[in-house]
Design a protein around this ligand. Structure first.
Ligand code: ADP
Ligand code: MG
Length: 587
């Protein structure tokens, strides 16, 4: 008799219950139904095929786009006692893997799409017992997706050659177009679509204008322990930030971008995976191929490409479900640069690009819930109050600054669209200096028309006008009208300003559910570190933080009790149980 899914969940994975739609997906697969599962990052997609792979006789073939990703998964699966292998260009044990596959001695086989679609591979599968096709990162099959991989399109004949083998396509991102495309491309009926919500409730979103960025990011590093990623926009910025953030030596900081030589890149990535405290300063390419579950913060040092990319990139935080933060620092120049790039894309795509920028503008400028903006973007109804974003936690006031905007625009116009903001501020607030007198700007009608507290609005108003394409900076650092200027000058559009409440500076390390300075927890972590080093795997492959916390709370005294800890399956119990019991016994 086949073991039932719940006992496998407990025994192999050490988990108490399925999460979200996992049970639904697993049930469908066990009953042989083709399925497309759309689940956000960290929702536990791997389990949806790994559990059936163990439950069903024969091997589950997993198509995955990146070797690094495959090897990560492979390692994790093996520590669970799952019989897993891969056939990639860097594997030396092809012969053995093929023999095991044919003999029915494999649960999981990872392959790249270009390999899977080849004739030789199909012939191999025809001689082997196959239980399931899992197509990971399935959005790669669609030209609509952000990551189109032509090789994914070639999978269909293979799938069709095994009509009775269920197909499970998995992805975290899929707008409606992409979804429909994946279903059609992979031959999955519309009723096979299973979607779980997009919300990542453990991620705390915050968005701020850049204002002394080194300090802003430094504060985040000081407040949040654990590994983190800082996304910079260019290679040069990546290097500079990594250097600046690492200067105080308080925690390791490394750069990662495509300009580094492959060895350095691989070494930096490996160091990050293994680390419990490292900060990686990287371009957005970093993170695509890694599934590090314990990333505690993701900081964007500049505007992402789109809401989709922001969701994806910030979503690399907190895969393990523990509290994490995502902070976006933006400047008006990001918007200007994004607009300049529109001119470079083919005309047919320009409207779409403009819509992307507008949507980002709405995200950074809202006085409302950030999560709501993100979720609505994916057509999902947000919760009425998320309670876990900057605006929900300290609701900002919003004021109508249209009049101030008109004053600023007039000053830009009257001074000839060539002066910077400092000069404009001086003119508007009625200061005199040599330059103002020389140019006769003290005689202009706009001289001194901004008084008192209104002066403080000029900077944020300028920022807002730049976001809305009403102002732009010139090559020489001056400010000039953008295409939308006239509309604002005539009062056709309003400028709403969000006034963020002054943040009191906390110097507390507070992210995370992990206890601070708890000797038992720290001792368990040290044991985990040692075991990880010995096995040559990152610490989270041994156990997640949540498992160590559970251990510290339950304090099992025997292997039998240890088996009750969440995240401890049979294989890990055998491999590591005694070591952790020995640590606990010291307390
Ligand atoms: P995804 O591929 O959807 O981003 P993963 O498959 O990498 O997510 O899983 C994210 C994390 O959640 C993993 O570390 C996994 O061990 C954990 N996880 C998955 N399912 C469960 C569950 N039912 N209970 C507890 N933890 C789970
Ligand atoms: Mg995954």
């Amino acid at each position: 008799m086949r073991p039932d899914p719940h006992s496998l969940l407990r025994q192999v994975f050490g988990f108490e219950a399925f999460r979200g739609v996992q049970a639904q997906v697993v049930d469908r697969i066990l009953s042989g139904a083709h399925t497309l599962a759309i689940m956000p990052t960290g929702a536990g997609k791997s389990l949806c095929y790994q559990l059936p792979a163990v439950a069903l006789p024969g091997c589950c073939v997993v198509v995955s786009p990146l070797i690094a990703l495959m090897h990560d998964q492979l390692r994790a699966a093996r520590t669970l006692g799952i019989r897993a292998a891969s056939l990639t260009s860097v594997d030396a044990d092809w012969r053995e893997t093929q023999d095991r596959l044919v003999a029915g001695e494999l649960d999981l086989l990872y392959v790249a799409p270009e390999r899977a679609s080849g004739d030789g591979f199909r012939a191999l599968l025809e001689r082997s017992p196959i239980s399931l096709f899992a197509i990971d990162e399935a959005h790669c099959v669609s030209e609509w997706g952000h990551d189109f991989r032509p090789d994914y399109r070639l999978l269909r004949p293979l799938l069709d050659a095994f009509p009775s083998v269920p197909r499970l396509a998995l992805t975290a991102t899929a707008d409606r177009h992409t979804r429909e495309d994946i279903l059609a491309q992979l031959g999955i009926a519309a009723e096979g679509l299973v979607i779980s919500g997009f919300d990542r409730p453990n991620i705390r979103y915050a968005i701020q204008p850049r204002d002394g960025m080194g300090q802003q990011i430094g504060d985040i590093l000081a407040e949040h322990a654990g590994p983190g990623i800082v996304y910079a926009q260019t290679r040069a910025a990546t290097e500079q930030l990594a250097e600046a953030l690492g200067k105080d030596g308080k925690r390791p900081v490394l750069p990662y971008h495509a300009g580094l030589d492959p060895e350095t890149r691989a070494a930096n990535q490996a160091a990050f995976l293994a680390s419990e405290e490292m900060v990686m300063v990287a371009t957005v390419a970093f993170g695509m191929g890694i599934d590090k579950p314990d990333v505690r913060f993701v900081v964007h040092a500049g505007l992402p490409k789109s809401i989709e990319s922001y969701y994806q990139e910030s979503g690399r935080a907190g895969r393990d479900g523990d509290p994490a933060i995502a902070t976006l620092l933006w400047g008006p120049e990001d918007f200007m640069r994004a607009r300049q790039r529109i001119a470079e894309v083919e005309p047919a795509r320009q409207a779409g690009e403009r819509a992307r920028i507008t949507a980002l503008g709405a995200l950074v400028e809202t006085a409302g819930c950030r999560r709501a903006v993100l979720l609505r973007h994916f057509d999902e109804d947000p919760p009425p109050f998320c309670g876990n974003c900057d605006n929900c936690l300290s609701p900002p006031a919003s004021i109508d600054a249209t009049l101030t905007a008109q004053k600023l625009l007039s000053a830009v116009h009257r001074t000839g669209q060539s002066f910077g903001l400092a000069h404009l501020e001086a003119v508007l607030t009625g200061k005199t200096n040599d330059r103002i007198v020389q140019r006769g700007h003290d005689a202009l009608s706009v001289f001194g028309i901004v008084e008192g507290e209104e002066a403080a609005l000029l900077k944020p108003v300028a920022r807002a006008l730049m976001v809305h394409d009403a102002l732009e900076t010139t090559e020489h650092g001056g400010i000039a009208f953008g295409p939308a200027a006239r509309g604002y000058l005539k009062g056709e559009h309003k400028i709403e300003l969000v006034l963020t409440p002054k943040k009191e500076r906390r110097r507390r390390r507070d992210t995370g559910a992990n206890p601070i300075d708890d000797p038992i927890f720290e001792a368990l972590r040290e044991c985990r570190r040692d075991l990880a080093k010995e096995a040559g795997v990152p610490p989270y492959v041994i156990f997640h933080d949540s498992t160590l916390r559970d251990m510290a709370a339950i304090r099992p005294k025997s292997l039998r009790d240890m088996a009750l800890v969440s995240g401890v399956g049979i294989r890990k119990l055998e491999a590591y149980g005694d070591a952790f019991l020995a640590v606990l016994r010291q307390f």
